[in-house]
Design a protein around this ligand. Structure first.
Ligand code: ADP
Ligand code: MG
Length: 697
């Protein structure tokens, strides 16, 4: 339950003076519905009204505050579309104030002829005449104080002017109740950070351009608060899972050695190191919570298998959860191959299994005949009972939510923590790992199995399409299978889809029947059917929007063509390129760019040419773009940060993490005075999911 002191922060913006339903709806588009959303809506620039030149010295497009004498009014006649003009002057020149659709009585009352006024706004030149349209301020000389010398400039939205936005946010800031300090005094001293309320005031009342930069101390303080809230929440969850009694699993090496003997290759150094980490986790009395991060093709499957074998050696069962039917079937095939004719039994269960065959699988699960079960979400449905499930592997973990993890965990013996090994093929930068996966221990498979031929990556202009098609014809006649990817993003979905369909039609004219199309608007069944035809080799060219399943393995596919590569994030390009280069044959990736490339796009495509290492690519991606875009926003699983910038504040993340660990070590239930203040912090940043696990304090 949210502490009372925070109620004003979470009140709706309509409770602010001058904010009606219409303005609130507009504010929601750019910030949010609640006062707190306005507080997190930070200025991007300042507006400086201190300049007050004589009219003859004005530079146009300048923001100025002028002392002028009001002259003649020139109202637009009748229904004319012409604006209402007011002539004004000082000793050195004249200026026109211009109003479109004004309320006449208002103008007359504000600008009485012959009076002196202060007006502030932006000066333009129109037909050689100085003019200012809709001044921001028009006040009598003695009311100069009403014109702020320096004010914030906020990102705007239609229907709310800069001036109104600044006024509303200023009102919102005034509603911010004084909050008790949750940061450590020595940290505040060392960093010279102001208290929370002062920081909030400072960021919304910038005094210079430096104050709106992410490095200003007030912003840094607020960013640290947010990162600390994030780390505390993760650490609370982590301690919660660790608290549950796990099982001590000691490898007997019986099954592991059988399977290792059957392996056609030697494990890489990274695979061995990761296995040691997993073994240690499993041997501990607490439950394992480990994330295995490794590029496509880095060999996660065999690591998962060996871990599951340890569970089997201890007489229990393991399950591996895949996001799609195809992936589950593929895992089943490769795991069956890997276990060979050892004493391990692998089974598979997906939504496709019905009737008798499903019953048989359920029986074998309940009796313990199946040691390792592969499948989709079907494996944790209600009527699925395990003999003794002790370990769950979750492949492509970002495709699942916490609820699915919990459902699967619930299939274990009651009161016993399930060992969880989550896997992801989306490498993310080290610093971000802490903000996303801070509740897990992380192993990195940062070494590829030997013997891979590097993918020949080229960057080409899309207008060389004829050459590209001839090259594709040569490749296809040599037996290659080709992915042809077209971008599809939500903002331009309809156009993008049309472009993909058009490309499919175009290629079909050249290549005939052997061209397929998959896109995100198709039903999963239809998509699967086309994918299966590509896997089987019934089609040579697969035109696809970015829906190509991560992890689907078509070793015969050796050409990846990506249209408008400049529109993709680096990590996305990396994921796509990872679809080829899986067999023994040399593979090619063509990155086609549509328009003239900007500097950033150029730099990105260059990195793609230079490296295939997903970890390096993710670090570069972070440098070139914001964190929100690092993984392609949709599949990122990145928490949303309102203030902290992953590029500029990432040095704070390890600090926040150490802080969080120390805090909870000393005060596990956040019951001390500072602990209570930290609870307020968690609620303030809406990271309160974890608070329910703390003893009420
Ligand atoms: P991931 O799931 O991480 O994308 P996989 O587990 O599917 O990768 O492995 C990719 C390929 O590499 C598979 O064909 C697998 O047999 C092979 N492989 C895995 N480990 C090794 C190794 N140590 N040496 C050689 N090949 C390996
Ligand atoms: Mg895999």
């Amino acid at each position: 339950m949210r502490p009372e002191i925070l109620y004003p922060f979470f009140a709706e913006t309509v409770s602010l003076p001058g904010v009606g339903a219409r303005i609130a709806a507009n504010l929601e588009k750019v910030a949010g519905l609640r006062i707190i959303d306005l507080l997190w809506h930070l200025p991007v620039d300042i507006i400086d009204r201190r300049s007050g030149p004589a009219l003859k010295d004005i530079l146009f497009d300048q923001i100025v505050t002028l002392e002028i004498t009001v002259g003649k009014h020139d109202p637009a006649p009748g229904k004319s579309k012409k604006p209402y003009r007011v002539w004004c002057h000082d000793d050195t020149g004249s200026i026109q104030l211009v109003f479109f659709h004004p309320r006449r009585d208002y103008i007359l009352s504000q600008l009485p002829e012959g009076e002196t006024r202060l007006i502030s706004g932006k000066v333009e030149v129109y037909n050689g005449q100085l003019q200012m349209s809709h001044p921001d301020y028009m006040v009598a000389i003695e009311k100069r104080a009403e014109i702020p010398e320096i004010g914030p400039v906020y990102p705007l939205t239609a229907g709310v002017s800069g001036k109104v936005m600044a006024r509303i946010i200023n009102d919102a800031v005034k509603k911010a109740v004084i909050l008790p300090e949750w940061l450590d005094q020595s940290l505040l001293k060392r960093e010279k950070w102001p208290d929370w309320n002062s920081s909030l005031n400072n960021v919304h009342n910038p005094k210079s351009v430096d104050d709106v930069l992410s490095g200003s101390i007030s912003r840094v303080r607020l960013a640290y608060d947010e990162l600390l809230a994030n780390q505390l929440a993760l650490e609370i969850m982590r301690r919660q899972t660790k608290k549950k009694q796990g099982r001590i699993m000691v490898p007997s090496e019986k099954l592991v050695s059988q399977v290792l003997a059957n392996l056609p290759y030697e494990l890489t150094g990274a695979q061995k190191r990761t296995l040691v980490e997993i073994k240690q986790d499993m041997a501990e009395p607490s439950a394992m919570m480990r994330l295995l991060q490794g590029d496509v093709g880095s060999g996660k499957t065999v690591v998962a298998l060996l871990a599951m074998l340890i569970a089997a050696e201890n007489g229990s069962q393991a399950a591996i959860l895949a996001p799609t039917e195809i992936l589950a079937r593929q895992h089943y095939v490769s795991l069956s191959k890997l276990v060979g004719n050892s004493d391990v039994n692998v089974g598979v269960l997906t939504g496709r299994d019905k009737g008798k065959s499903r019953e048989k699988i359920l029986d074998d699960l309940a009796s313990g005949k199946i040691d390792i079960l592969v499948g989709t979400h079907a494996i944790f449905q209600k009527d699925v009972n395990y003999h003794d499930l002790s370990m769950a592997v979750i492949d492509e973990q970002h495709r699942f939510g916490v609820e699915q993890r919990i459902s699967l965990s619930a299939k274990g013996k009651s009161g016993v923590g399930m060992d969880i090994l989550a896997m992801t093929a989306t490498p993310i930068p080290r610093t971000l790992t802490l903000t996303v996966y801070g509740d897990m221990d992380v192993s990195r498979l940062d070494e590829k199995p030997p013997g891979r031929t590097p993918i020949d990556t080229r960057v080409m202009a899309l207008n060389r399409i004829d050459e590209i098609i001839s090259a594709t014809q040569r490749a296809v006649s040599n037996g290659a299978r080709v992915y042809w990817v077209c971008p599809l993003v939500e903002e331009s979905e309809i156009l993008d889809l049309a472009a993909a369909k058009e490309r499919h039609r175009h290629l079909s004219q050249i290549f005939g029947e052997r061209v397929g199309l998959v896109h995100g608007k198709m039903k999963p069944k239809e998509k699967d059917a086309v994918m299966m035809r590509f896997v089987a080799g019934d089609i040579d060219i697969l035109v696809a929007t970015t829906v190509i399943e991560v992890g689907v393995d078509v070793p015969e596919a050796t050409v990846m063509i990506i249209e408008h590569a400049e529109r993709f994030g680096l990590s996305q390009l990396h994921q796509l390129r990872g679809r080829v280069g899986r067999g023994g044959d040399k593979s090619t990736c063509l990155l086609l760019y549509g328009a003239t490339l900007g500097a950033t796009a150029k730099a990105r495509l260059k990195i793609m040419r230079e490296t295939e290492d997903g970890f390096i690519i993710s670090e570069e991606d972070l440098k070139l773009r914001g964190a929100g875009e690092v993984l392609g926003t949709r599949q990122s699983g990145l928490p949303k940060f309102r203030i902290a910038s992953m590029e500029d504040h990432n040095y704070l993340i390890p600090m926040a993490r150490d802080d969080a660990r120390l805090i909870l070590e000393k005060d596990p239930d956040l019951a001390s005075d500072r602990g209570k203040n930290l609870r307020i912090l968690l609620y303030l940043f809406e990271r309160d999911e974890g608070v329910k696990y703390l003893k009420s304090g």
